[in-house]
Design a binder for this molecule. Structure first.
Ligand code: PBG
Length: 327
C-alpha cells in the first residue's frame, strides 16, 4: 500500500479533531426568539412547539433570567396583542404589548441585547404583514406603519430592529424614520431573503398570525429563486441594512453561503419554528437523537457562513458550545 495522503490521520484523536475543526461557533452569535402575550401570570406552552412558551409581561423575567444563565445575551421579541384590527394599531401603540415588554426588559435586564421583530401580521385582524388594499397588501402605505412600529420599539428600549414583512423599500423607510428621531446608532437586521415557507406553520400557531385568507406569496419570496434572493439582499444593503438575514436556515444553506461571499456585512439566519418542531416531534417519537440533530443543523448553518443564528434552541446550543460538544 503506497498511500501518502490519508485523511483519516487527522481524525484519530478527539483533541486533534478539534484542533483541525473548520467551523467554530460561539454563543455570542445566538439569538433567542420569545413570544409575549397580554394578560397576567401566563406561561403557556405552544402546542406545536413543545418546550416553547408564551409569557405575559409579569413573568417575562423567568425566560430572560434563564437565557442570561445559559450565556445567551440576545433575544428577539414577538408581541401578541389582545386586540387586532385592520391597521394593526397595537403594533405601534405606546402601551402595546411589545413596547411594554421592551420597557420592562430594558429596566430589569440592562445587559441583554434586545431585538424587535417589526411586522404587522401578529397585529392585524386579517393576519397579513401590512395594510390591505382590496385583497393584497399595499406596499407603500405599509411602509409608514412599519417605520412607526420600529421607532416605537426603539423608544421603548429595543437595541435593534428586524423588519420581517418583506415590503419593498422598508429598510430605507425605517432607516429614515429612526434617523429623524435621533436613533442614528440603532442597527437594522433585515429579513432580506425571506421565503414563503411551510416551515413557519408552528410560529403562526404561536403568534396567532395565520392569514385569514390567501397566503404571503405576493410579498415573501418563491423558494425556487436564488438570483432573486441576491437581488433582495443587495437592495437591502443599498437601503442601509446593517445585517442581512436568510430565513428559513435549514434548507437554505446555499444562499447563506452565496450571500456571505457577496456582501461585506454580517449574515444572519433564522432556524424557524418548523425546523424546531420537526426535531422535537421526531425526538419525542424516539426516532432521532434530539441533541445530535440540533447540533448538526446548527453547525450546517455556521458552516454555510452564518454569523448570527436565531434559534429556539439557543439555550441548549449554548450549553453544547460551553461543554465543547460543538463549536
Ligand atoms: C412575521 C414573522 C414570521 C416569522 C418571523 N417573523 C411569520 C411569517 O412570516 O409568517 C416566522 C418565524 C418562525 O417560523 O419561527 N412576519
Amino acid at each position: 500500500m503506497d498511500q501518502v495522503i490519508r485523511p483519516r490521520r487527522l481524525r484519530g484523536n478527539a483533541v486533534l479533531r478539534k484542533m483541525v475543526r473548520e467551523t467554530r461557533m460561539d454563543k455570542s452569535s445566538l439569538v433567542y426568539p420569545l413570544f409575549i402575550v397580554e394578560g397576567e401570570n401566563i406561561r403557556e406552552e405552544i402546542c406545536s412547539m413543545p418546550g416553547q412558551y408564551r409569557y405575559s409581561i409579569d413573568r417575562l423575567g423567568e425566560p430572560l433570567e434563564e437565557l442570561e444563565k445559559a450565556g445567551v445575551s440576545s433575544v428577539m421579541f414577538f408581541g401578541i396583542p389582545a386586540h387586532k384590527d385592520e391597521l394593526g394599531s397595537m403594533a405601534y401603540a405606546e402601551d402595546g404589548i411589545i413596547q411594554r415588554a421592551f420597557e420592562k426588559a430594558r429596566r430589569d435586564f440592562p445587559n441583554l441585547y434586545l431585538i424587535g421583530d417589526v411586522c404587522m401580521c401578529e397585529y392585524t385582524s386579517h393576519g397579513h404583514c401590512g395594510i390591505l388594499c382590496g385583497s393584497d397588501v399595499d406596499n407603500d402605505k405599509t411602509l409608514e406603519y412599519l417605520a412607526k412600529t420600529a421607532v416605537s420599539q426603539v423608544q421603548a428600549g429595543a437595541d435593534m430592529v428586524a423588519p420581517s414583512d418583506m415590503m419593498d423599500g422598508r429598510v430605507e423607510a425605517i432607516r429614515n424614520a429612526l434617523d429623524k428621531n435621533g436613533f442614528y446608532h440603532t442597527p437594522i437586521m433585515s429579513y432580506s431573503a425571506k421565503f414563503a415557507s411551510s416551515f413557519y406553520g408552528p410560529f403562526r400557531d404561536a403568534a396567532e398570525s395565520t392569514p385569514a385568507f390567501g397566503d404571503r406569496k405576493t410579498y415573501q419570496m418563491d423558494y425556487h429563486n436564488r438570483r432573486e434572493a441576491m437581488k433582495e439582499v443587495l437592495l437591502d444593503v443599498k437601503e442601509g441594512a446593517d445585517i442581512v438575514m436568510v430565513k428559513p436556515a435549514a434548507v437554505y444553506g446555499d444562499l447563506i453561503r452565496e450571500i456571505k461571499e457577496t456582501v461585506k456585512i454580517p449574515v444572519a439566519s433564522y432556524s424557524v419554528s418548523g425546523e424546531y418542531s420537526m426535531i422535537k416531534a421526531a425526538a419525542l417519537a424516539g426516532f432521532i437523537d434530539e441533541r445530535g440533530v440540533m447540533c448538526e443543523m446548527a453547525a450546517s448553518a455556521y458552516r454555510a457562513g452564518t454569523d448570527i443564528y436565531i434559534t429556539y434552541f439557543a439555550k441548549e446550543l449554548a450549553e453544547c458550545m460551553e461543554k465543547g460538544v460543538i463549536g
